[in-house]
Design a protein around this ligand. Sequence first.
Ligand code: NAD
Ligand code: MG
Length: 360
Amino acid sequence: MTTVRVELDQRAYDIRIGAGLLGRDTFADVAQPKARALIVTNTTVAPLYAQALQQALEPHFAEVLQCVLPDGEQYKDWPTLNRIFDALLERQCDRKTTLFALGGGVIGDMTGFAAACYMRGVPFVQVPTTLLAQVDSSVGGKTAINHPLGKNMIGAFYQPRLVVADVETLRTLPPREVSAGLAEIIKHGAIADAEFFGWLETHMERLRALEHDAVVHAVRRSCEIKAAVVAQDETESGLRAILNFGHTFGHAIEAGMGYGQWLHGEAVGAGMVIAAGVSERLGLLDPASAVRLQELVRRAGLPVEAPALPLQRYLDLMQVDKKNDAGNVRFVLLQGLGGAVLRAAPQDLVTSSLLAHGAI
Ligand code: NAD
Ligand code: MG
């Protein structure tokens, strides 16, 4: 087991990464022997891992309850969130109750938000079971649900007490979801660590085959990078925005295709290639590095071309993106591999990169 510390003063916490952590005594330091635990999970993950987590928690809590939600981004909403509160209130859970989010980013975001709200805040632990959740959504304390008028629009910054990433759980993940998680790993290398980017180039096949040592290293390095950014800017007043590399274009792809058609990581994959194209056109990134990024995205099993939507549709979708600051769309761009900057870009360069990578 390896540990990454997220340095946030009184809210600091550990991320534990390793194989077989659910079956081991990983949860002792969040133990509350007189209090209850509530495992929040979904109908896909529950039959796979809820029993193991239940057994791991039982020695540490007076009682361990479960709340099994339907599976899907479409259930990241108020009525489903309310089912967590129903479960807590029906059993008269008090404010010492600890919530455990067992699942992907949807379960993590909803459980975190429920923990932030229930009795004005109860402890929660992230037990991410998708690669995307292990390297991204479980770290950093963004919690949310969707509103019909916008994704992740209702939420809170609320840090977990502990994150436990058992890479063994990734074995049951569909390959498409593995690739989606790899997109965020590549992103972390591209914006912050050229050496790690090079390591990913060497080990991409091992990662796709979910070899333990390789996955532990990639999850660890990703979490370190994200944790370092979050420690400097917990609530995204500046630096944290670099984690959105590839996301302005990615969100446009997701929205343009209709949510659920492209996985978020797939859209980010193509989005990073387009953003690298803009960086190259601005003279921030050399052409060879842009090619390296595109190659790595492709080798991760991700699309490198945006879907063929009209150019104007993309431009319209990006104007409504939340990173649109007072009319100027600012992009996270690469300044060399391993460095990121936030910049407004001339529209003709944006257009040119979009047209070069799939827009029509
Ligand atoms: P997800 O939670 O929908 O999980 C993907 C699918 O895999 C689901 O069907 C899930 O049930 C299934 N699954 C989970 N673990 C499994 C396992 N071990 N074996 C087999 N199947 C498994 O999707 P995701 O990609 O994990 O997360 C996406 C969500 O995360 C989005 O809602 C996004 O907004 C959010 N997100 C949040 C942050 C943040 O900082 N809070 C960052 C990135 C993404
Ligand atoms: Mg993302």
